[in-house]
Design a protein around this ligand. Structure first.
Ligand code: NAD
Ligand code: MG
Length: 396
């Protein structure tokens, strides 16, 4: 029996994780649920899954939840930073699903890593920001890190065991690997007229052709910043050199990524686009469990196609690859700028193509000193947000 904490329980990944747990009640128990402020959703989850602890980051939300929870359930409601860290590091917890969206996930995810937990990583922004420090912390504590992001999970599944056991420090070339092929659908605007992009609305940007996801990652998929963040995520997880990592557009999202070996073999992982598959894989690894996902029907799929990425259409992807080459400071700046820009876009304050403009301006303007601690990273993230706010005020 594994006791699990779900960070970001009320989100899309949270829901998929709880669905896999429900399908395997003999092996997994929900110990803690964590969310920001959605009281009604958290109440429903508490009634359905009966955790020991329900943590709300927003204090008012925690009070409201406490008032609504039936006392007979005996669920402890907490709030506050220390309480959150106590929960993820508790000796009663085996596995932490890291599925808070954005930079807010960094501190609790890293705490789980430092406590040596089995960490299922969906929160790619945490790794994009802290890269080397995150990998070092994993090594120091002996935590088991498993990638939930479907592409990274696919790559992981296509890698030899010695690489799987050595994430972040592996030597791909020594294991006969020539390239990692990171696939991406291209999102809802892959074939839209370039001149129409500026006027695309949040509703249009969030309408992903294949995946159902939270709003931030949906917009990131439309700009392909998501693939850019994943490029950086892959760089850290698989310890890649720039030339070992390639982005391939694959609109059907049937292949979730591939690994190419020096003898010419290419190994791909395939499946229906449903996050319950990579989540179940991480929960059970190295075993397999039922995820509830329908088997892939090749006769319905029919065709698989592949294209090179177009950087004029997707300037955010180019920016992320550039930031990745510059190093961890640049990727922290880009991540913070992008969170601010996407939020402004979702609020209707800026247009779709202005997201890339904000990102580019921040990347160019923020001085990037060396970062040696998480405090440095958090300070650089905050500094970038102040600058992004100034740019947003000018262009909105
Ligand atoms: P979502 O918007 O559906 O859910 C976000 C969750 O984070 C919610 O539970 C929310 O309460 C919580 N949250 C937000 N701000 C918080 C804060 N300040 N403190 C604590 N909790 C906070 O997002 P999602 O689509 O589930 O994505 C979650 C993460 O997983 C993201 O990093 C995303 O990139 C990654 N991911 C998602 C998918 C997917 O299919 N949805 C796939 C791959 C990776
Ligand atoms: Mg992904």
């Amino acid at each position: 029996m594994q006791n699990m904490v779900i960070l970001g329980a009320t989100g899309s990944i949270g829901a998929s994780t709880l669905s896999v747990i429900s399908a395997n009640p003999a092996a997994y128990r929900v110990y803690g649920l964590v969310a920001n402020a959605s009281v009604d959703k958290m109440l429903d989850l508490c009634v359905a899954h009966q955790p020991q602890i329900a943590h709300m980051v927003d204090k008012t939300a925690a009070l409201a939840l406490k008032a609504l929870l039936p006392p007979a359930l005996n669920i402890q409601v907490t709030s506050g930073e220390d309480e959150l860290l106590d929960l993820v590091t508790s000796s009663k917890v085996d596995t932490v699903m890291a599925a808070i969206v954005g930079a807010a996930g960094l501190v609790p995810t890293l705490a789980a890593v430092r406590a040596g937990k089995r960490v299922l990583l969906a929160n790619k922004e945490a790794l994009v920001m802290s890269g080397e420090l995150f990998i070092e912390a994993t090594k120091a504590s002996g935590a088991t890190l498993l990638p939930v992001d479907s592409e990274h999970n696919a790559i992981f599944q296509c890698l030899p065991q010695e690489v799987q056991a050595n994430l972040g420090r592996c030597d791909l070339a020594a294991s006969g690997i020539s390239h990692i092929l990171l696939t991406g659908s291209g999102g809802p605007f892959l074939t839209s007229d370039l001149s129409s992009l500026a006027a695309m609305t949040p509703a249009q940007a969030c309408k992903h052709p294949n995946w159902s996801m939270g709003p931030k990652i949906s917009v990131d998929s439309a700009t392909m910043m998501n693939k850019g963040l994943e490029f950086i995520e892959a760089r850290w997880l698989f310890n890649t050199q720039a030339e070992q990592l390639k982005v391939v557009i694959h609109p059907q999202s049937v292949i979730h990524s591939m690994v190419q070996y020096k003898d010419g073999s290419v190994i791909a992982q395939m499946g229906n686009p449903d996050m319950r598959t990579p989540i179940a894989h991480c929960m059970a690894y190295p075993q397999r469990i039922h995820s509830g996902v329908e088997p892939l029907d090749f006769f319905k799929v029919g065709q698989l196609s592949f294209y090179e990425p177009d950087f004029e259409r997707f300037p955010c992807l180019a920016l992320a690859m550039e930031a990745c080459a510059q190093g961890q400071e640049a990727t922290t700046v880009l991540n913070a700028a992008n969170e601010m820009a996407v939020d402004a876009f979702l609020q209707g304050q800026i247009g779709f193509t202005q997201i890339a403009q904000v990102n580019e301006a921040c990347l160019a303007a923020i001085p990037k000193g060396a970062m040696t601690s998480i405090e440095d990273i958090i300070a650089l993230d905050a500094q970038t947000r102040v600058y992004a706010r100034e740019i947003l005020a000018k262009i909105a």
